[in-house]
Design a binder for this molecule. Structure first.
Ligand code: CAA
Length: 388
């Protein structure tokens, strides 16, 4: 039975996170954003609070909490600054959860534990300049050598926190002719010979986050760094995306909530034609949509949390949640901007512009809206079965 009530522990955790966001993240969010500054101090504090390993078991250095708690973390952090929720998505959702699911005991001790403790940041390197939605068309290769190690070559782009991560989960083809069945996953360490990382400049949003690319030229990776079996990489990537998409969807709730709260407050302060603009039905319509979208997105996100807590496969449900919540967040930011008028258009007057810019990327990353529509339609039509 799906229970929508938070436990006393979860409520206390939520309160603690709201305080953290109000006192540590929001006061510096504008400056971090406008200066395009990744705030390492906040990341260090997130690590101290155990947020970089929320759902990782305590024996691997994590907090050992459930997926409702992870949803709470993502929502609260994104209400402050989507840059740090993006970090959670790649570090924990995409990388650490994949290591937890597929890593050997030795890999969990060596790589996962410092990640969960927040001592080392981790990235997820799947996308390439010419392979985003169509994962199986990736060109990076990992060719096994006579001594058992792998030689990795290729270029990955749009990689969250690529230049800051100590560990990179990299996908490459061990059997280039075998399509999706020829992909394998490896842990690379920053500083390996032949590995270069670079930041991408001039992004539309997420200015206070790090987004980059990696270049691999004959990077020699020991067999002990192969995650899962050879050829299992596509499955690992999809499993990781089921986790990452969950954090993206849950994070979107934070943007919707922030936009709703700001819009309500502003609509009661600002008057035109002798009355508060909140009395205008066109404004009410935008606020009502935010309310509906917040509730529907939360229901979809918590449904996934419940399924994950039960250990059920949720590819269908998490795709729905990610599609709906990220579109709803962008719509909420767009409407909040409209309600704020010129005060939404300037970063000097309100944070709405930042929410608006930051809400755009999640409609593209971790499966574009069009990929999610395709998945849902093909599942409904019986052309694919999303939950296996
Ligand atoms: N779990 C386990 N197995 C899965 C799976 C899952 N969630 N999804 C698919 N599979 C399995 C399938 O069952 C199938 O298995 P068999 O070979 O045994 O039949 C196999 O994987 C291939 O599946 P598909 O035929 O469905 O593969 P496809 O080529 O049609 O691709 C897709 C499906 C849904 C389009 C997928 O490619 C996809 O999700 N694309 C979007 C990729 C994406 O989200 N990229 C974002 C990158 S991350 C990012 O942005 C990071 C960042 O730093 C911000």
């Amino acid at each position: 039975m799906l229970d929508l009530g938070l436990t006393r522990k979860q409520l206390a955790f939520q309160k603690q996170l709201r305080h953290f966001v109000d006192t540590e993240i929001l006061p510096v969010a504008r400056e971090n954003d406008l200066k395009h500054r990744v705030d390492r101090n906040i990341i260090a504090q997130m690590a101290k609070l155990g947020l970089l390993g929320v759902t990782i078991p305590k024996k691997y250095g994590g907090s050992g909490l459930d997926f409702v708690s992870l949803a709470i973390v993502a929502e609260e952090i994104e209400r402050g600054d989507a840059a740090f929720r993006t970090l959670l998505s790649v570090h924990l959702g995409l990388n650490s959860m994949a290591l937890l699911g597929f890593g050997t005991e030795q890999q969990k001790k060596k790589f996962l534990t410092p990640q969960a403790q927040g001592k080392v940041l981790a990235a997820f390197c799947l996308t390439e300049p010419d392979a985003g939605s169509d994962v199986a068309s990736m060109k990076s290769t990992a060719i096994r050598q006579a001594n058992g190690s792998y030689l990795l070559n290729g270029h990955k782009r749009w990689i969250g926190y690529a230049t800051m991560a100590g560990h990179l989960l990299v996908f490459a083809k061990t059997s280039p002719e075998a399509g999706h069945k020829g992909i394998s996953a490896f842990v690379l360490k920053q500083g390996m010979k032949g590995l270069d990382t670079r930041d991408i400049k001039n992004k539309l949003g997420l200015w206070s986050s790090s987004t980059g690319e990696i270049f691999m030229k004959n990077v020699e990776v020991p067999p002990a760094n192969l995650v899962g079996r050879e050829g299992e990489g596509f499955k690992i990537a999809m499993y990781a995306l089921d986790m990452g998409r969950f954090t993206v969807a849950a994070g979107a709730l934070g943007t919707i909530r922030a936009c709703l709260e700001h819009s309500v407050s502003y609509a009661k302060k600002r008057s035109t034609f002798g009355k508060e603009i909140g009395r205008n039905q066109f404004v009410q319509e935008m606020i009502a949509k935010m309310v509906l979208n917040l509730e529907t997105s939360r229901l979809l996100v918590w449904q996934v949390a419940w399924m994950k807590n039960q250990g059920k496969r949720d590819t269908r449900e998490v795709s729905l949640a990610k599609w709906h919540a990220t579109e709803a967040a962008f719509a909420a930011a767009n409407d909040a901007l409209q309600i704020h008028g010129n005060k939404g258009y300037s970063d000097d007057d309100s944070p709405i512009g930042r929410y608006f810019r930051n809400a755009r990327a999640p409609i593209i990353y971790e499966g574009t809206t069009q990929i999610h529509k395709m998945m849902q339609a093909e599942h409904a039509l019986g052309y694919r079965s999303l939950n296996g």
